[in-house]
Design a protein around this ligand. Sequence first.
Ligand SMILES: Cc1cc2nc3c(=O)[nH]c(=O)nc-3n(C[C@H](O)[C@H](O)[C@H](O)COP(=O)(O)O)c2cc1C
Length: 211
Amino acid sequence: MDLHNIRESYNFDSLDTDKVNKDPMVQFQNWFEEYKVLSIKDYNAMAVSTVNAGLPESRIVLLKEIRDEGFVFYTNYASAKGKALAENPNISALFFWREQERQVRISGRVEKLAPKQSKEYFETRPYLSQIGAAASEQSAPIESREALESKFNAFTEQYPEGSAVPMPESWGGYIIRPVKYEFWQGREGRLHDRLIFLKVENAWTISRIQP
Ligand SMILES: Cc1cc2nc3c(=O)[nH]c(=O)nc-3n(C[C@H](O)[C@H](O)[C@H](O)COP(=O)(O)O)c2cc1C
């Protein structure tokens, strides 16, 4: 398939060091708020990439909390990403906000949330999401769809709606503590704006790089 002729031009906005917030987390939140109001399905989706001794792997997860110190998502600690992060806690998170011609790249390290915090969130999840998390050994092979459904059904029988579904021990949140951000704003003629924030001795430096 030849996709050579797909071309877009970008002119929604611009970005410069005098315009950007000096705190990248605030800048992130400013852009996130502007995207959020568009009410696009899964507007809180981000691609997170991990590397261990094997190949790099990326997958979409949902950003569930923005804290002063970082970005929270929830998953299964025994999943492929969980295993990779146990070996190497370095992670990249990527946001693509097409409508505003923006991309934000974040690099940092993860830490697990305290189980109590994960549990608090788990208990707010809809019943079927709780059952799904409890019934699925995320990323482990299973012989068939039927086997998966019967596992799920066994959990719904054991924990009918209205009962407390226990949070699996292997389930919980990670917080990504950023050390680097890149804010990318598409511009005319491929002269895109790219600003890098780097954490150096607890302060953020800002620099511009070429598109
Ligand atoms: C829109 C969307 C949202 C998702 N949200 C999550 C999430 O919050 N947590 C999660 O573990 N997986 C989520 N997934 C599934 C992951 O992309 C992935 O399939 C799963 O986490 C297993 O990844 P792994 O085998 O690399 O560990 C989501 C997928 C999509 C497409």
